[in-house]
Design a protein. Structure first.
Length: 702
């Protein structure tokens, strides 16, 4: 890691001040309609929110508008992601009150979030264009995507195995209809500088061949934990319209991402949660950090068989290799004393998936059927180092950390296949329109699943086969074109978690977990506001660490909650987005001392709000936001509880056309009050909350 420049914060503050003055000056001049080189001011200073009428991915159900799905959904456009200068999936979705950030973006486990109090599965909970994706250890390059979608709740039928909390789907940028080229440069407080190029267009007399290319470089120090980041990424999206009925696509992403930061704080129930420390505090040993190399390639074909009938087939392959050294501070006293244990690891993953679907419509006896038939096969193999040292290197105190060197601590030996999972599935669904108001959705997925664990010698140490049919059924009623009421029932299986490294049975694997969900809700979109509300009940098999420090599968957890999200156009140029989630999550039928306790990591309350004021001056918009996370239990016995906290953000966006080129200036400050707080990661694990951080970005569209 490069040494931190003590002058970086003041430089950024000057840059922000200069950018702000520049924006105010230019806007004032434009408002006076001064002639010369300036062109007409752009009418809108920020993009509109995605509407409920926009389509979202529903997995095996195909792409549908949010209003036509019997599930809770959320979609965030790339324009909004850019306007808020979001750098992680948790920042993208932070204004959905059902989403909880549970890891910093510079840790060895970034891009980890919870939905409805349930952590998403790293290997099955994050999709790209509806297909599976390895998401362990890396933050996806957000610059490559047109939007990010969240489907909350069970997704067993739509996507196969996965956490009952939901899934995140990244939607790739597509070729543009005309030639486009943009260049952007950003600066994040601490010293990190980012450059991004985005270009696209079409070739051929009829524009049958389309392309989109994104190139990215980021490098520098960060304020959080005095860490750093260095990454290079490239994304290409190609489309060839061979005939009017046949199209071929190819999508690829490459990213090499190195980061320093994200020390784990591990607190056994015998000790109290210490007071949070400054988000800039350096805890990592010299030489610690994470290095992830990630590749993904997808080929696809779309063929129109007949009017209203389309065949889609895709093949995806992906590889991810993660090498890291990580500090884990084990608290040994209530005053913040700790023992520092360092682990050095290598994890490699190889993934393949093939999927084919047929979507179509037909009428019988005056009833309209929208049907989907599909088959899927995916194989995931993981490898890790033969020898993984977990060495105690010293002691210290959180408020006066003892920074060590880990240069001589390395994994050794070759690599071996430690686990392999395979899913083979067939699925079908029918959305039956009974009349203009009523429709029924019925679907089923049959999955043949296997999870096999291996020893360092290649011997099978555990095997968990599962053959399961997971149904989905829903009833939807639309009293008007802009309103949907629905009730749904879903079943699913998920790959169980492995025992944490801090437990006595570290890395032990378990059989798949069964989940069930019932949900009722309403969605409506009016001319000046939209809203979604739902009541849900989820039951799933429970896993937790018991008093003997053994990670077990025991009992059942029941999650019952209500969630509400809305966007209101409060005035001509003022919009307010907000939401709230109320959650009652309880462990049932477990061992004595655990039954009746609150589920680990599940907050009772969570809320968020964001306001945007457009055209403050011509081309200028301001935004402010806040997120509240209620207290949550850190362990299965509810001995320790993580305190509630509230964060505030603010920023501006300015757009104006000069000499025929669109100039966009964006700035944002997160955690304005510089609140000190802990973020929950998993049972008994904490991370440092991010400090106040300012960012600025300038983009030119040529």
């Amino acid at each position: 890691m490069s040494s931190k420049n003590p002058f970086a914060p003041s430089r950024l503050q000057l840059a922000l001040a200069a950018a702000g003055l520049c924006v105010l000056h230019i806007s004032a001049v434009a408002a006076e309609d001064v002639g010369g080189a300036l062109s007409t001011v752009e009418v809108k200073a920020t993009v509109e929110k995605k509407r409920l009428g926009d389509s979202v991915s529903s997995g095996a159900l195909g792409r549908k508008s949010e209003l036509d799905t019997p599930f809770s959904t959320k979609a965030v456009s790339s324009e909004e992601i850019e306007d808020r200068l979001a750098t992680s999936i948790s920042e993208v979705l932070k204004y959905d009150a059902s989403v909880t950030a549970i890891s910093p973006p510079i840790s060895t486990h970034p891009a980890t979030i919870q939905m409805r109090g349930l952590r998403l599965d790293d290997l099955n909970g994050y999709k790209i264009n509806g297909l599976a994706n390895i998401n362990r250890g890396t933050e996806m390059p957000l610059e490559m995507f047109e939007s990010v979608e969240a489907l909350k709740g069970l997704t067993g039928y739509m996507y196969g195995f996965g956490s009952p909390g939901g899934i995140v789907n990244y939607v790739s940028k597509r070729p543009t209809t005309s030639q486009s080229f943009s260049a952007a440069m950003g600066y994040q407080e601490g010293g990190a500088i980012k450059e991004h190029i985005d270009m696209g267009g079409r070739l051929g007399e009829e524009g049958d061949f389309g392309y989109r290319l994104n190139l990215l470089h980021e490098d520098g120090d960060l304020k959080q934990e005095s860490g750093s980041i260095k990454r290079n990424a490239a994304g290409v999206n190609l489309e060839w319209r061979v005939t009017k009925d046949l199209a071929l696509t190819y999508d690829a992403i490459y990213q090499r991402r190195r980061s320093v930061g994200g020390t784990d704080i591990i607190i056994a129930p015998s000790f109290k949660v210490p007071s949070p420390i400054d988000g800039e505090s350096k805890l990592n040993s010299i030489g610690a950090g994470s290095d992830v190399e990630y590749t993904l390639a997808t080929t696809g074909i779309e063929y129109v068989l007949a009017p209203d009938w389309v065949l889609n087939a895709s093949y995806r392959t992906s590889d991810s290799t993660r090498v890291y050294k990580k500090d884990q501070y084990y608290i040994t006293a209530n005053n913040g004393d700790y023992k520092d244990r360092v682990t050095s690891e290598l994890h490699g993953y190889h993934f393949d998936q093939v999927q084919a679907t047929i979507n179509g419509k037909f009428n019988t006896a005056g009833l309209v059927h929208e049907v989907v038939f599909g088959v899927m096969s995916q194989n995931l193999v993981s490898t890790s180092s033969v020898v993984t040292p977990k060495t105690y290197i010293g002691t210290g105190n959180l408020y006066a950390p003892n920074i060590m060197s880990v240069a001589n601590i390395n994994y050794s030996g070759g690599t071996y296949k430690d686990e392999a999972t395979r899913q083979e599935a067939v699925f079908a669904s029918d959305t039956l329109k009974l009349n203009d108001s009523w429709s029924v959705v019925a679907g089923a997925r049959y999955t043949r699943y296997s999870d096999v664990a291996y020893s360092t010698k290649g011997a099978v140490t555990a095997s968990y086969p599962a053959n399961k049919t997971t149904p989905t059924v829903a009833l939807m009623y639309q009293p008007a074109a802009d309103t949907t009421l629905y009730a749904s029932y879903v079943e699913a299986l998920e790959q169980s978690a492995s025992a944490p490294t801090s437990t006595l049975n570290a890395n032990q694997t378990f059989a798949p977990i069964k989940s069930k969900q019932s949900e009722v809700g309403v969605k409506t979109e009016r001319s000046w506001w939209n809203a979604t509300a739902s009541l849900f009940s989820i039951k799933r098999g429970a896993q937790y660490t018991n008093a003997a420090n053994v990670f077990v599968m025991d009992g059942e957890t029941k999650y019952q909650g209500a969630e509400f999200n809305t966007v209101v156009q409060a005035a001509k140029n003022v919009s307010i987005e907000g939401g709230i989630m109320l959650l009652d999550a309880t462990l049932e039928n477990a061992a004595q001392g655990y039954s009746g306790k609150r589920a680990v990591g599940a907050p009772r309350r969570q809320a968020s709000v964001q306001a945007t004021w457009r055209e403050v001056l011509p081309g200028l918009a301001l935004h402010v936001g806040s997120q509240y996370l209620g207290e949550l239990p850190m362990d299965a016995a509810n001995v320790n509880t993580l305190p509630a906290y509230t964060l505030f953000d603010a920023g501006f966006n300015y757009r104006h056309r000069y000499f025929g080129k669109m100039l966009s200036v964006r700035a944002n400050i997160s955690n304005i009050a510089n609140r000190k707080y802990w973020t929950y990661y998993q049972e008994n694990y904490l991370n440092i909350g991010a400090p106040r951080t300012a960012s600025v970005n300038v983009r030119v569209d040529f």
